[in-house]
Design a protein around this ligand. Structure first.
Ligand code: ATP
Ligand code: FE2
Length: 330
């Protein structure tokens, strides 16, 4: 059997991404165009409009980068869940059109699981706990009992949106994550903040209120606050991750999502794993943020496990949970 080639379309939020992968694990292209605004807030209808505008160019660029023609493609994969309805719909429409035009099978995949599977492919992780920390998503996910299960998550907003909101309060602009990190390097002392872990879940709303009060009081340096917020919320996430590792008997931690680009989170994760004698798997930034390559790769895994979808199965599923997905490819 020859190798199969998959094109993957990502459109759960800001990013319209197209990746091309083959079944030997080669990533032939990973192109994207992201919708941004000055404030960083996302207006779903505008993000969708952005995706409509760029989609055909991003597909063309991906084919060109990969050096292949449409007839070389064996399957068309797309992010079917979870995410913003407005933007998911554009990716799904693009995928259905390409599948019909090129006469290739179509497969819709779960975005959160794609983050995990690309991590397995690119690192020596095989069965990790994934700490998935992006703008909108904050989840600790692991494979157990035939499904990818969520062991802990945010009870309110996502960690990236929270950090970006605080960065905006500090006047750092968007995206705030990288600027908050730079500022944190100038800190002189740690400031105690609320530490909010409830069972296996976390929450950020109260911490943001507390930070705003501290900022308004004028008593604290911005650098100290930037440093302290990172220390606090990363410790919260790693506490939950560590308990998930202990509970599931897993010896690998994988980081994913845009916030996983943060060097301090990476360092704290490595320290936690080092103390447990576990392995910490870290991807390059290109594969932490939303990308089409991970969608192409999960599409291939599912296709090779025999998954087939009819056109009527390709409806978007904005609210799908990872444990709704039947895992047939492991
Ligand atoms: P989704 O939640 O649907 O996966 P998204 O568009 O919100 O998607 P990502 O691109 O994965 O998410 O992540 C965005 C977040 O990552 C933002 O909060 C941003 O500040 C943060 N981020 C991106 N790059 C860096 C970096 N180099 N250092 C620190 N934070 C970063
Ligand atoms: Fe993501």
């Amino acid at each position: 059997m020859g190798k199969d080639i998959s094109i993957g379309i990502e459109s759960t939020a800001h990013t319209f991404g197209v990746g091309i992968a083959d079944s030997e694990g080669r990533l032939l292209a990973n192109v994207k165009d992201s919708y941004t605004t000055e404030s960083g807030g996302i207006v779903p209808a505008q993000a969708a409009e952005h995706h409509v505008k760029v989609c055909s160019q991003v597909v063309k660029d991906a084919l060109k980068t990969a050096g292949i023609n449409p007839q070389d493609i064996d399957i068309v994969a797309f992010s079917q869940s979870p995410g913003l309805g407005h933007t998911l719909r554009i990716g799904a429409m693009a995928a259905r059109s390409l599948s019909a035009l090129w006469k290739k099978p179509i497969i819709g995949v779960n975005h959160c699981i794609a983050h995990l599977e690309i991590g397995n492919m690119l690192t020596d992780c095989t069965d990790p706990v994934l700490l998935y920390v992006s703008g909108a998503n904050t989840q600790v996910i692991a494979y157990e009992g035939g499904k990818y299960r969520i062991f802990g998550e945010s009870l309110d907003g996502g960690i990236g949106n929270f950090l970006d909101s605080f960065a905006r309060e500090l006047g750092l602009g968007f995206p705030g994550g990288p600027k908050l990190y730079e500022l944190s390097l100038k800190a002189k002392s740690f400031i105690e903040l609320p530490y909010v872990v409830k069972g296996m879940d976390v929450s950020f709303g109260g911490i943001l209120t507390n930070l705003k009060q501290k900022l308004a009081s004028g008593k604290y340096s911005k650098a100290d606050l930037a440093y302290s917020v990172q220390e606090t919320v990363f410790a919260m996430m790693l506490e939950v991750s560590e308990r998930a590792m202990a509970h599931c008997n897993k010896e690998e931690l994988l980081l994913g999502g845009g916030v996983a680009c943060n060097k301090r989170l990476q360092e704290m994760a490595k320290n936690m794993c080092g103390e447990r004698g576990s392995r910490c798997c870290i991807l390059s930034n290109e594969f932490n943020v939303d990308n089409g390559a991970m969608i192409a790769w999960l599409g291939l895994l599912e296709y090779n496990a025999g998954v087939r979808m009819k056109l009527e199965d390709t409806d978007i599923r904005p609210y799908e949970r990872t444990d709704d997905v039947d895992v047939t490819w492991r």
